[in-house]
Write a protein that binds this ligand. Structure first.
Ligand code: AN0
Ligand code: CP
Length: 317
């Protein structure tokens, strides 16, 4: 594998989950793969889980790791070609990327949607420049439109906890004070569709996601009805995708918060969220602290999804 951004990059999903469970059971058995290989992780945005779990995964594989927070200590980067660089940005991404490629064997990129230009975001302008100019395998650590390491970890977590072959999985929008990207719900929808679960998306009107990710999922605007019989409830906020409201907060209605009363509508569902989560906006204290909350196992599986992805990249070098 040379690039990782969509579910299709990982191939057969049951084989990927099988490999993940194998890696989880013997995560230090692949140390030879990463010997004298360097992972460079580039962060344009904050992170706790992605930073720690991906570094841990790389160390499990015997790799060396360099982490660069672009906004702390590096030169401010211009990303637009053709700009007369007489402003506050001393370096261009078009030099920075091949330079970074000189010092590593694999590159992970975190670069969120900027909400300045929907086309730039949805064309994955930043990630694609890394793919084009670094000369290295590149994987997404949440880009403008996708967060596949998260969705892969979520899939592993569901497979570990499901009681029936084809569980009902509900992705529900929940309120949040700030505009958040669609990357997590986009990838989650893409991966749940690929897994073939009974998959339902619920959100207020105006929060429709990009149809290329929604696929054949059922969309239900009544959250209570969507939650009926759910085996897994995956909460997440996102901002509007549809024009003319791209990147805007249209609603902060707290009747969409996942509470004990909402969970009572389900089939004793597990609660999931990628974290970081705002308590009592997205989910009540009681639900996130309950026995059915999977937020910590999901975070733990981020090490495993990252290790499978890095392992496959290393195997193809
Ligand atoms: C980010 C998001 O919603 O995409 C990262 C989630 C993993 N969340 C925040 O910025 C709070
Ligand atoms: N879930 C996730 O990607 O968390 P971080 O933003 O902390 O990396």
């Amino acid at each position: 594998m040379r690039y990782f951004k969509s579910v299709s990059d990982i191939g057969d999903l049951s084989a990927a989950v099988k490999e993940a469970l194998d890696v989880k059971a013997r995560r230090f058995d692949f140390k030879h793969l990463g010997e004298n290989k360097t992972l460079l992780m580039i962060f344009f945005n904050s992170s706790l889980r992605t930073r720690l779990s991906t570094q841990k995964a790389a160390m499990n594989l015997g790799m060396n790791v360099i982490v660069l927070d672009v906004n702390q200590g590096a030169w401010k980067l211009e990303t637009e070609r053709g700009v007369i660089m007489d402003g506050d940005k001393p370096e261009h991404l078009l030099e920075a990327i091949p330079v970074m490629g000189c010092y590593c064997d694999v590159i992970g990129v975190r670069s969120f949607a900027r909400f300045e230009n929907k086309r730039d975001d949805y064309e994955e302008k930043i990630l694609n420049q890394f793919i084009r100019y670094s000369g290295r395998p590149v994987f997404a650590m949440e880009t403008a439109t996708v967060h596949p390491l998260q969705s892969f970890a979520d899939l592993i977590t569901i497979e570990e906890h499901k009681a029936v072959e084809r569980p009902k999985v509900v992705l529900t929008w929940a309120p949040h004070p700030k505009a958040l990207p669609q990357a997590v719900p986009n990838s989650f929808a893409e991966w749940m569709n690929a897994a073939g679960y009974d998959f339902v998306i619920t959100h207020p009107k105006g929060y429709e996601l990009d149809p290329q990710f929604v696929g054949n999922a059922r969309v239900e605007y009544d959250q209570d009805r969507a939650l009926e019989g759910a085996d897994f409830v995956y909460a997440k906020n996102w901002s509007a995708f549809a024009d003319p409201n791209y990147g805007k907060v249209l609603c902060t209605d707290r009747s969409w918060t996942i509470t004990t009363e909402k969970m009572a509508l389900t089939n004793n569902a597990y609660f999931m969220h990628c974290l970081p989560v705002r308590r009592n906006m997205i989910v009540s204290d009681d639900v996130i602290e309950s026995e059915r909350s999977l937020v910590i196992p999901e975070a733990a599986n981020r090490e495993i999804s990252a290790q499978v992805v890095l392992k496959r990249i290393l195997e193809s070098l």
